[in-house]
Unconditional design. Structure first.
Length: 255
């Protein structure tokens, strides 16, 4: 089922670049990138279904990996972007792989941040997260507990991280948790033909650098960058360094 999708938009000219957040974030996590790239690209940070923005949230059964790909294509179609650069963090990387299955001809490039092709012992990991959400009693309390595990630089971004996670409902977050962690895309990596940039934070304990290394080694020609001092959401933890790497990669990919 196709659902209307919304996005934060910046820039009016140039190639389209579509950004997709992680399971604990909203599109606001890309604000630094939208500001940095708006003179060169038409930037769209997608608000995935069920992420708390906008309201009301859809029924949990519509919160799926396939549905997330629909959200991206809906934004791309509304922007008349026949082809686009795609940048995804964590869950956003999962959405990237779904797009590679669904519409590879539309991808000018892929940038994967703190992501994975298959999460180890994913069934148990999902059970642990769901139990933690239930035991926390509220999304805000769970968000405070989860934020401490994201490897963020000390004293930075805690409040905004909690606010973004807390705006989601428990049911939507649980549905998104299943969608995020249970896919397996290892078998398709060698067939990805567009330019690929893989970025991870050295402090990322959720999707450690070894997971990014596995992706980069399996995709022909993929480039890998490990950002010093950054955690799971490296684009927000080290925005200046990330933006420089991303700008250089997009310029090469566009050429």
């Amino acid at each position: 089922m196709m659902m209307p999708a919304t996005a934060r938009v910046a820039g009016g000219t140039g190639p389209a670049a579509i950004f997709v957040h992680g399971v604990g974030s909203t599109a606001a996590i890309w604000d630094d990138q939208l500001h940095a790239l708006r003179a060169e690209y038409r930037c769209f940070a997608v608000e995935l279904r069920g992420n708390g923005v906008p309201k009301p949230e859809p029924p949990p059964q519509l919160i799926t990996r396939e549905g997330y790909a629909d959200d991206v294509l809906c934004v791309a179609d509304a922007a008349a972007a026949a082809r686009f650069h795609f940048v995804g963090c964590s869950l956003g990387g999962v959405v990237a792989f779904e797009l590679c299955k669904r519409a590879p001809e539309r991808l000018l490039s892929l940038t994967l941040v703190g992501s994975f092709a298959q999460y180890p012992d994913s069934a148990q990991y999902v059970r642990t997260i769901v139990e933690s959400v239930r035991q926390a009693g509220s999304m805000e309390q769970f968000a405070r507990e989860r934020a401490a595990r994201l490897g963020m630089p000390p004293g930075k971004r805690t409040d905004e991280t909690v606010a973004q996670m807390a705006c989601k409902s428990v049911d939507s977050y649980i549905a998104a948790t299943y969608a995020t962690w249970t896919g397996d895309y290892r078998g398709m990596l060698s067939s990805i033909a567009c330019p690929v940039l893989v970025v991870c934070g050295e402090r990322d304990a959720i999707a450690p650098p070894s997971m990014s290394e596995a992706i980069a080694s399996a995709i022909p020609g993929a480039r890998l960058h490990v950002l010093e001092g950054a955690g799971h959401v490296a684009n927000a933890d080290a925005p200046e360094a990330f933006n420089a790497i991303l700008r250089a990669f997009l310029s090469r990919a566009g050429a």
